[in-house]
Design a protein around this ligand. Structure first.
Ligand SMILES: [Zn+2]
Length: 245
């Protein structure tokens, strides 16, 4: 059996002999692994279409190991692939997608990936804005995948936390009010809370216009690192190296 699908090329690595293994992100099943036979042999046309960060249309032969039977580029995101800093942002997205092991329908997530890659490739948007967008992507993606934190009421006493109030982040769960103090909780200033609440309701484009203070950026970075760590049980390499956002 074989089927056609769109996909993002996440990673390629050497496989047995001259074969190559590709990890692709698909709307139907999330991450799939597929083998391209003789990829390393000169004249293999398919291999030339399967560059990392490309959006492709592929034909997959289903078997004990899926194999690649056809490939065409839809968008090669040339601006991303020729800029090291942008590649590090794209790599942060790839790292997240590779960690998500669920194989259910990923159409909504796929659309978000398409959107963020289009924006990273857009030369009119600054690098700093793009790194903010990547962090927004992380929050949107984890929420879609079922890890949305509670951001409306205190997890302990259930009082509603309004947009003027400072609060704290309880790792993996959401916010708590200042009545429950402990050093392991991360501070969330009112600006950050309003910002976090907006992530799932606003489109990516809106975040190009929004400006947040440096203090909020720093708090957001810490909360994001802990959020990621509690979901995947390991730190994000990408969040460690990303200087902004
Ligand atoms: Zn409380």
């Amino acid at each position: 059996m074989s089927f056609k699908t769109e996909a993002f090329v996440l990673q390629a690595r050497e496989w047995q002999k001259a074969d190559r293994l590709y990890e692709l992100f698909t709307p139907q099943e999330g991450v799939i692994h597929t083998i391209l036979r003789s990829a390393a042999k000169p004249g293999n046309k398919l291999a030339g279409h399967m560059l990392p960060f490309c959006r492709v249309r592929v034909m997959i032969g289903r078997g004990r190991l899926d194999h690649l039977a056809g490939a065409a580029i839809i968008n090669d995101y040339k601006n991303i692939r020729t800029d090291l800093k942008l590649m590090s942002l794209a790599a942060a997205i790839v790292e997240l997608l590779l960690k998500d092991k669920s194989t259910e329908n990923k159409h909504l997530e796929y659309r978000q990936v398409e959107k963020i890659f289009d924006l990273l490739d857009d030369t009119k948007i600054s690098f700093e804005k793009k790194s903010i967008l990547v962090r927004v992507f992380l929050w949107k993606y984890l929420s879609l995948a079922g890890w949305q934190p509670e951001l409306d009421t205190c997890l302990f006493c259930r009082q509603i936390i309004d947009s003027q109030q400072a609060s704290q982040y309880l790792p993996g769960r959401g916010i708590i009010c200042l009545e429950h103090k402990e050093n392991s909780y991360l501070p969330i200033n009112p600006e950050l809370l309003v910002f976090l609440r907006s992530i799932n309701t606003l489109d990516f484009e809106e975040f190009i216009k929004i400006n947040i203070s440096n203090k909020t950026k720093k708090e957001w970075l810490k909360v994001s690192q802990v959020y990621y760590q509690t979901v995947f049980d390991q730190p994000s390499q990408a969040l460690k190296i990303l200087p902004y956002a």
